[in-house]
Design a protein around this ligand. Structure first.
Ligand SMILES: [Zn+2]
Length: 312
């Protein structure tokens, strides 16, 4: 999950809802495929929320050793610059929404997300993607900040699919796990944002080896959650990756061993990052972070025994 609400939970003095911004949409091109990012929020996050034992001073020390982290991903005072956004992949006739943020009207224990009332759907429409245009919804995993707009309040006050013409794709092991485990903060995330999709007969179970079309497929990246998927875009000899939360912040490129406190299996998450980063850091692949702030995306390259994201 994101740390966007975490800094609020972390000490209560370091962030409030007024800090949240909504960056303008960003667009990237991979061959014939366009990817548009629509942000729900962007907030500085205290590192203590995401990483056990990492202080803001510790973040600044890491940024001293990896200067490429500033200014895009680390603030001058040691906050991690993050966002929550949906990527819409336009591939042929497909309009594939990857991860659906926190959503509106949901009962959440995080004050920043509780009964949120944001203009996200208007922003999607303004960017060229009204809800009815979305053909597929993909959730990289089923944490609270990745499933929220799967549903919205219907006329009878029940939760209904937000995207009326979309197939919703869930990784089968991920769906099975969260169907029988409590959410991180004991909110009814599965009940209000996933189960209604199945009840509406819109849920499609996929495996990591499946693909949506010739340009869009999945990569298994478990550890953050049991069935976590990253999304792979291939077109015209080019490749792009949407990470999901197998890495929350670019600081983990500089230290792939750094697992977040929200990783279900920290050791598996470490192994996944080493393996995936080694694959992606070919100097050509565009890596789009699901919570990376600033430019959000860049070319990953090997650097000082780990990795770096080049964004310029
Ligand atoms: Zn997240």
């Amino acid at each position: 999950m994101s740390g966007a609400g975490a800094s609020n939970a972390d000490a209560g003095t370091e962030q409030n809802a007024g800090d949240a911004e909504r960056p303008e949409p960003q667009r990237w091109q991979i061959g014939d495929v366009n990817i548009t990012s629509i942000s729900e929020s962007a907030t500085p996050t205290s590192p203590r929320f995401l990483f056990d034992g990492v202080t803001k001073g510790g973040v600044l020390a890491r940024a001293e050793a990896a200067p490429w982290l500033r200014p895009h991903f680390v603030s001058d005072d040691g906050y991690l610059l993050q966002r929550i956004h949906t990527c819409v992949i336009s591939a042929g006739e497909h309009r594939i929404a990857v991860d659906t943020c926190v959503g509106n009207d949901k009962q959440r224990s995080n004050p920043l997300w509780h009964e949120q009332q944001g203009p996200f759907l208007d922003d999607m429409t303004a960017a060229g993607f009204p809800p009815e245009s979305i053909t597929h919804v993909v959730c990289t995993h089923l944490h609270v900040d990745h499933v929220g707009w799967n549903t919205c309040l219907g006329p009878d006050g029940d939760w209904v699919p937000t995207f009326p013409n979309a197939q919703y794709l869930f990784c089968a092991p991920e769906y099975d796990y969260w169907a029988s485990h409590d959410d991180l903060f004991n909110d009814a995330v599965f009940d209000d944002s996933v189960a209604p999709i199945a009840a509406a007969d819109r849920a499609n179970m996929v495996e990591a080896t499946d693909s949506i079309c010739s340009e869009v497929s999945f990569q298994s990246t478990p550890g953050h959650t049991p069935g976590h998927l990253s999304v792979v875009i291939s077109s015209g000899g080019k490749r792009g990756i949407i990470t999901g939360d197998m890495a929350h912040v670019p600081m983990q490129l500089a230290d792939p061993d750094l697992s977040s406190m929200f990783d279900t299996d920290p050791d598996e998450a470490r192994r996944t990052r080493h393996e995936a980063f080694g694959d992606w850091a070919d100097g050509e692949t565009l890596v789009i972070g699901t919570h990376f702030g600033g430019p959000t995306a860049g070319i990953m390259v090997p650097h000082q025994g780990a990795y770096r994201l080049d964004c310029d």
